[in-house]
Design a protein around this ligand. Structure first.
Ligand code: HPA
Length: 234
């Protein structure tokens, strides 16, 4: 038991999928796992452990933003022995060739700041995905027939951004999409010799203003869960 996770020792699997939304964790566990057990409900941040094709998996909500994700990632790794952490979530498209519903697999994640940036001082650390997970996820996404983009994303501290100049520079430099968690996940994981990846679905687009209707989100979210599971155990 930790400050934010009430699971008993041994109740968390070495592989953890992390959606931002705790109710997505519940839906994914009920839809894709067998023999599920609720292992955390502290602060309503639901976590479930079950099996997928015989492999033990935990699906634990991370909350929104890097400070929240950082708490869960640190406790999952340091106190429960998690080794593979895969974020599954939504993102806003930033390039004209990136469309709503496309899958983004984040090779790296830029930030202005993250909970870890204070420790790096003047160093511009480049958070980077685990290659074995990344290559397996790309293969799984292509096999499923999902339109997939692999490259850099932006992990923002704000959903309601007030810096159009910053967006412009990121678009110029090929950043595919914006979300709010991956950079810190990659940094915390590598610090503890763990593997991490973010598999994302484009739910809205910064340039076109398009947004995925709520009714279509479940199917897209399901594809991400399956890609993440295939990647974790390939
Ligand atoms: N900004 C930040 N995070 C997001 C967005 C966005 O536009 N869309 C989905 N997650």
């Amino acid at each position: 038991m930790t400050v934010h996770i009430s699971a008993a020792p041994g109740q968390i699997a070495e592989t953890v999928l992390m959606p931002g939304d705790p109710y997505r964790a519940k839906w994914a566990a009920e839809t894709f796992l067998e023999n599920i057990e609720l292992v955390n409900e502290t602060r309503g941040m639901l976590g479930f452990t079950g099996t997928w094709r015989g492999h033990r998996v935990t699906i634990q909500g991370s909350g929104m933003g890097m400070p929240s994700l950082s708490i869960y990632a640190n406790e999952l790794i340091r106190d429960y022995g998690a080794k593979t952490l895969i974020r599954i979530g939504s993102c806003g498209g930033m390039q004209p060739h990136v469309a709503i519903r496309d899958v983004i697999i984040a090779m790296t994640a830029s930030t202005l700041t993250s909970p870890s940036s204070g420790m790096f001082k003047e160093l511009n650390f480049a958070p980077c995905a685990d290659w074995s997970l990344l290559s397996a996820a790309v293969k799984a996404a292509k096999t499923k027939g999902c339109t997939t983009h692999v490259g850099g994303i932006y992990s923002s501290d704000v959903f309601y951004a007030e810096r159009p100049d910053l967006d412009e520079q990121m678009v110029r430099h090929g950043v595919l999409a914006v979300e709010m968690e991956a950079a810190e996940l990659y940094t915390v994981a590598v610090r503890h010799q763990c593997r991490a990846l973010a598999v994302l679905t484009v739910s809205d687009h910064l340039q076109t203003g398009e947004a995925l209707p709520a009714s279509a989100r479940e199917q897209s979210f399901g594809d991400m869960v399956e890609i993440a599971l295939e990647a974790a155990f390939s």
